[in-house]
Design a protein around this ligand. Sequence first.
Ligand code: DX5
Ligand code: ZN
Length: 221
Amino acid sequence: MPSHLIAPSVLASDFANLQRDIEMINASEADWFHIDVMDGVFVPNISFGQPVVKAIAKHAKKPLDVHLMIVEPEKYIEQFRDCGADTITVHLEACPHIHRTVQQIKATGAKAGIAINPGTNVSGLEDLLEMTDMVCIMSVNPGFGGQKFIYQTIPKIKKLKAMIDQINAKTIIEIDGGVGLQNAEVMLQAGAKVLVAGSSVFKSEDPIKTISQLKAIGSDN
Ligand code: DX5
Ligand code: ZN
């Protein structure tokens, strides 16, 4: 299996000890920081915005994967890039002009991601794959950490991977929601490249060890 990336979700960290938790991810085998921005409109929860992303960027030694769960994300793309985002992911469901929004993200120099909710079919991505660096398949309904993985995600990963391979695109697949040691391998086998892990990392007894175990999956066979 080709090597995969682990992106711990800062949403599950201890916000009162954010710097400590950032240093933990810095010291771990994690590849990216996954950063969930929620507006209370697109999703039924509010997390944090630009000032917090900027504060994370100040200490983070790994790329910032910024997941915008907000309406009208096109209003804020340049701001999040300026705050230090390396990848900016917007929701297909929040973007009537998604083609333009992807172009806008790429014009900032950031990598462009498109996220889809569990109820959204991958077929709507067909005309976008060529220009998109990453597709984030949500494996829970977005808004909260700690939810149960929706298994219908697995066939979606396979279908999307086949679409990507068919046109020889370089698009990578990220899975977000309910990911942990118990289900990571099946996602990687289906074609996932990036695993976002919030609660399974931060709520574990030894987060550094859990990250290392997630990273090691598939490497010994
Ligand atoms: C859900 C967020 C996820 C979340 C994942 O709306 O987009 O990134 O933080 O958390 P876990 O891994 O706990 O499901
Ligand atoms: Zn996310």
